[in-house]
Design a protein. Sequence first.
Length: 356
Amino acid sequence: MTGIGTWRRVHWCVDPAACCSGAAVKPNRVLPGLRSTSARVFGRRFLPAAPVGLTLRVALGLVLGIALAGCASPGQSLVSAQFCDRPQVHDAAQQDRMLRFAAIVRAELEASGEEVALISRTGINLDRLGIRFSHSGVSLRREGEVPWSVRQLYYACDERRPRLFDQGIAGFLFNTDDPTNGHVSMVLLPPAAARQLEQAARDRQRALRLLAAQYSANAYPFSVRYQNCNQWVVELLATAWADLPDGADLRDRAQRWLADNGYAPEPVVIDSHPMKFAAHFMPLIHLDDHPEDDRYGMRIRFSLPQSIEAFVQQRLPQARRIELCHDERQVVVRTGWEPIAEGCRPAADDRVIALG
C-alpha cells in the first residue's frame, strides 16, 4: 500500500488489562501496518467496545454543549483527549438488552438475502439539530470471522487522524450514550448497485485512497481538505456507482460525480453565534473548508446518514429501507422510508418484538 492509511480490525479480547491499555494484544492483520482495537470484558460477557475514537455524534455534542453552557475556556476545549477515550459504561441489564437488540438487527440483515447494506445508528441526542442518525458505514455479510461486520471511518485519537475499521454489529451499536433507546437504519440496494458497492468496499486500495489525512466532524462535502465518517461512505458510493479507477485524485472525482448527480446535503442550521464560534476552539470541528456564505449564514452543510439515504432513495427508487428502534421493553421494526415516531412508538403495520 501507499502511505494513504492503514486498516484496523476490531477483534475479541479476553484479557481486561490488555484490552483497556492496548498492550499485549496481537493484531489480526489485514494489511501491512495494520493495528487493531479490542473489546472490553465485563464480568463473563464479552462486549465489543467502540474503537478508540471520536465520532461525529460526540463532536457535534461538544459544540452543542458549549452553546448551551454559554461559553467554555479555550484551555478546556482543547483538551479533547478526555472525550476520545471516555468509556461507554452500561449496567448488566442494559448490556443484555443491547446484545438482544444487536441479535435482532443481525437477523434482519440475514433475512434480507442481501450481501451488503448501508447501515446507520443513533448516538448522542441531537434532536435540537433535527438529527436522528449520526454515524454510518457499510455492512458486509461475508467479511472475515464476523458476519455483517461494519466497514467504517473513525477518528483514531491516539494517532490524531481518521482510520478505517471493521466492527461487528454489537460493537457498532454499543457506541451510544443512551442504552435505553436507540435507532438503526439499514438501506438495501437493487442487485446491480449492491454488487458495485460490495466490490468497492472490498477493494482496499480504493477504500484507503478515499481516506483523508485530516478529520473534521463537519467536513464540507465538496472539499478534500477534511473528511468525516459519512463523507467516506458517500464517496465510496460514488466510486462504486461511477466505477471510478484508483488514482491520487480519486476523492476529487468522487465529489464531482456526487455534485453532478444531485447529492446535496441539507444544511444544519446553527441557531446561535456562540455555537458557531465555539468551533474555533474545537480541534475536530472546522469551518475553513466551508463557503463564506454558509459560515456567516450559520447554515453548515456536511454529510449525515439522512442526506446519504435521501440521495440513494432519489437515485435508486427500488432501494428498500428497514428501521429498527428499541426502548427498555421492546424492539420496533419498520420497512419503508417513513421514520419511526419519537419514543420508538410503533404504527399499525410495524412489527413489535419483546425484549423481555
